[in-house]
Design a protein around this ligand. Structure first.
Ligand code: HEC
Ligand code: HEC
Ligand code: HEC
Ligand code: HEC
Length: 176
């Protein structure tokens, strides 16, 4: 028993440091990010997100159409109270600090932000990643992340053309 625990502790320390950090992190919500990521110089991430359907993903679950889908699937509760719907329409991880009404928000894609959102950590990407900021090796890794939700488990699933869809929500910082 003791021995197994010791081995697990070593493995965790050696391999899973970023996950460990993010496991301890909590969601801070959109306002916890956009104090620094809304200006034109930064790339207007707040305005781009607000205009995207992601911002309304929770509200969509409160519509009649959503409740009809939930009923047809045999769910006992309305869509906006069903974990089977909330899992893709709000932040993952269930009840946490952030308001689920924010729908698919910054941290749905970037990871829970409590440990990386300070200026001192954010300034150095490696440190931010160690503190739970999601790192994407290439476009294929980004596409795979999108497909955590854009897949056939969605009752209204549409074909997901990554290149086109990514352009619709791109929010790059402009080159200086
Ligand atoms: C206190 C200010 C501040 C807050 C709050 C903040 N950031 Fe940042 N963020 C920065 C700075 C500074 C950088 C470094 C790049 C730059 O100069 O714009 C950065 C970089 C990033 C990057 C790019 C990392 C890279 O280099 O690829 C992402 C993604 C990001 N932030 C997401 C977030 C998210 C999501 C939140 C909320 C959970 C958040 N930030 C909160 C200041 C902040
Ligand atoms: C946490 C789940 C989740 C992730 C991750 C996610 N999405 Fe979405 N996305 C949704 C949901 C839910 C909707 C539908 C929102 C609505 O209509 O209320 C949506 C809608 C969209 C739309 C609008 C589609 C339309 O038919 O108008 C685009 C574009 C989009 N997502 C692009 C992306 C891209 C690109 C990525 C990856 C970089 C991504 N999404 C990652 C859940 C997600
Ligand atoms: C696997 C992730 C996932 C799950 C689970 C999920 N959704 Fe969605 N939902 C999406 C995505 C992604 C979109 C936007 C793109 C699309 O329709 O494929 C969306 C869009 C929608 C839309 C808008 C579609 C339109 O054309 O107007 C409704 C309504 C909806 N979902 C209801 C529900 C309900 C109700 C549930 C639970 C029974 C649910 N969703 C579960 C991912 C999901
Ligand atoms: C649907 C997923 C998704 C959502 C929602 C989302 N982002 Fe991003 N964001 C990404 C991806 C993917 C990248 C590109 C990362 C990369 O290239 O490594 C990115 C890039 C960024 C960058 C780096 C820009 C640059 O050019 O360096 C910042 C800053 C950022 N996001 C902040 C935010 C903030 C703040 C929010 C919420 C208002 C947000 N994001 C919402 C997926 C998302």
């Amino acid at each position: 028993m003791k021995r197994t625990f010791g081995l697990l502790a070593i493995l965790a320390a050696a391999v899973v440091v970023p996950n460990l950090a993010s496991a301890q992190s909590t969601f801070v919500g959109v306002k916890g990010c956009t104090m620094c990521h809304k200006s034109a110089a930064q790339g207007q991430q707040l305005a781009i997100w607000e205009k995207s359907k992601h911002a309304g993903a929770y509200t969509t679950l409160t519509t009649e159409k959503a409740n009809e889908i939930a009923k047809a699937k045999g769910l006992a509760k309305p869509a906006a109270e069903s974990p089977e719907c909330l899992e893709c329409h709000t932040i993952k991880g269930g009840p946490d600090a952030a308001d689920i009404k924010q729908g698919v928000q910054c941290e749905s894609c970037h990871g829970a932000g409590s440990a990386y959102k300070s200026m001192a950590v954010m300034k150095v990407k490696d440190n931010a990643v160690k503190a739970g900021l999601a790192a994407f090796a290439d476009e294929a890794a980004i596409e795979a992340m999108c497909k955590n939700c854009h897949n056939e488990k969605s009752p209204t699933n549409k074909p997901f053309n990554f290149a086109e869809r990514w352009k619709e929500i791109a929010h790059k910082k402009p080159a200086a």
